[in-house]
Design a protein around this ligand. Structure first.
Ligand code: UDP
Ligand code: MG
Length: 317
C-alpha cells in the first residue's frame, strides 16, 4: 500500500485486511510505503509494526507520488503474488477472497479490480476522467475504462513490471502494457475512510500528461499533420493570391493577414509545447536519477533489494 497522510484510517484497514486474508487462508505480509507523509503516518506505522510482526515499511525521503511509491513497494515485495491497494479504504478488502481465488484457480497472472461506478465525485472530475481514458485508449491502444490501481499481480508479472525502469511511471498503463493472462473483478468505490484526497486538478493534469507522453508519440505526429494541412492551404491560397496580383485586382486584405498570423502563431507555439513535453521526459530519463529514495525502514531488510536502493539506503544509528 502506498500511504500518504493516512494516519486516521490505516490501523482499521490493516486489521480488516488481515482478518479477510486469514479467513481466505492466505499467508501474507504487509508492505507499506510512506510517501513522505506530512502527518504522523510514519509513527502510526511504527506502532502497527508492533501489532503485526509481518509488517514491513519504508519511508520515502519526500513525496514522490503514488506511482513511484508503488514501484518502491513492488521492489521490496517477494511474495508469490502481490496485492496493490489504496490505504484510504476506497479499495474494499471484501473482494480480496474473490481476487485470490481467481489467481489460485490458475490460468490468471493479474487480477484487475475494476470500478463498477466511480463513487462520489464532482461532475467535472467524472467528465475529465472519461475524456482522459477516451484519449489515452485511442492513443495507446490499451483499454483502461474502469481501471483502478487495485490489483493482484502474480510473481512473473511483477518481475516483468520491474524490468521497466521508466522514470515517468504510469502504474495503471504499465501494468496493462506487460500483458499476461488477466481477469477482472468488479467493485464499487466506497467513500474515503478518513483524511482527504491529495489529487488537485493541477496534479491530475500532470498525471494525465505523464500517462499520455509515456505511452504515445501520436501528439508529435499531430504536429506534422497540422503542418501538412497548412501546407495545402498555403499552396491553394498562394496560387490564388498570385493570380489576383497578376490580374491587377489585389485588395487590401489586411484582416486576412492578421487572422492567418494569429492562427499560425498559436499553432506554432502549441507544437513547440508538445515537442517540449517530450524533450522534458527524455531529459528526465537520460539523467538516470534513482526513481525514489528510501530514508528509513521498518522490519527485516530484504535480500532481493535492488542495487540502487541498497546504495542509497540511509542508515540510522
Ligand atoms: N498516495 C500516495 N502518494 C501521494 C498521494 C496519494 O502514496 O502523493 C496514496 C494514498 O495514501 C492512497 C492512494 O495513494 O493510499 C490513493 O490516493 P487518494 O485516495 O488520494 O487518491 P484517489 O482515491 O482520490 O484517487
Ligand atoms: Mg482514494
Amino acid at each position: 500500500m502506498p500511504v500518504y497522510c493516512e494516519s486516521e484510517g490505516i490501523a482499521n484497514l490493516l486489521a480488516e485486511v488481515d482478518r479477510v486474508l486469514n479467513d481466505a487462508g492466505a499467508k501474507h505480509e504487509f508492505i507499506l510505503i510512506d510517501d513522505g507523509s506530512l502527518d504522523d503516518t510514519w509513527m502510526v506505522l511504527n506502532e502497527l509494526a508492533g501489532e503485526f510482526p509481518e509488517l514491513r515499511a519504508a519511508r520515502l525521503s519526500r513525496n514522490f507520488g503514488k506511482d513511484l511509491a508503488l514501484c518502491a513497494g513492488l521492489e521490496m515485495a517477494d511474495g508469490d503474488a502481490i496485492i496493490v491497494m489504496d490505504a484510504d479504504g476506497q479499495h474494499p478488502p471484501s473482494i480480496l477472497p474473490e481476487m485470490i481465488a481467481a489467481w489460485r484457480g490458475g490460468g490468471v497472472d493479474i487480477v484487475d479490480a475494476v470500478k463498477l461506478d466511480r463513487g462520489k465525485e464532482t461532475v467535472f472530475s467524472k467528465i475529465s476522467a472519461t475524456l482522459f481514458y477516451l484519449i489515452w485508449n485511442k492513443l495507446s491502444g490499451f483499454e483502461l475504462r474502469g481501471a483502478s490501481d487495485f490489483k493482484l499481480i502474480g510473481r512473473n508479472a511483477v518481475d516483468a513490471y520491474l524490468t521497466m525502469q521508466d522514470r515517468n511511471v504510469f502504474f495503471r498503463g504499465m501494468t496493462a502494457w506487460v500483458g499476461f493472462r488477466r481477469k477482472q473483478v468488479p467493485f464499487s468505490v466506497p467513500a474515503r475512510s478518513g483524511g482527504r484526497t491529495s489529487w488537485t486538478t493541477l496534479r491530475l493534469l500532470k498525471f494525465a500528461l505523464t500517462g499520455i507522453t509515456a505511452f504515445s508519440a501520436v501528439p508529435l505526429q499531430l504536429v506534422t499533420l497540422a503542418g501538412i494541412v497548412f501546407l495545402l492551404f498555403a499552396i491553394v491560397f498562394g496560387l490564388q493570391t498570385l493570380y489576383v496580383y497578376l490580374s491587377g485586382q489585389a485588395m487590401t486584405g489586411f484582416s486576412t493577414v492578421i487572422l492567418l498570423l494569429l492562427i499560425i502563431g498559436s499553432l506554432l507555439m502549441i507544437s513547440l509545447g508538445i515537442i517540449g513535453e517530450y524533450i522534458a521526459r527524455i531529459y528526465e530519463e537520460v539523467k538516470g536519477r534513482p526513481r525514489y529514495i528510501i530514508a528509513e525502514k521498518i522490519g527485516p531488510s530484504n535480500a532481493s533489494l535492488g542495487f540502487e536502493q541498497a546504495e542509497l539506503h540511509v542508515t540510522r544509528d
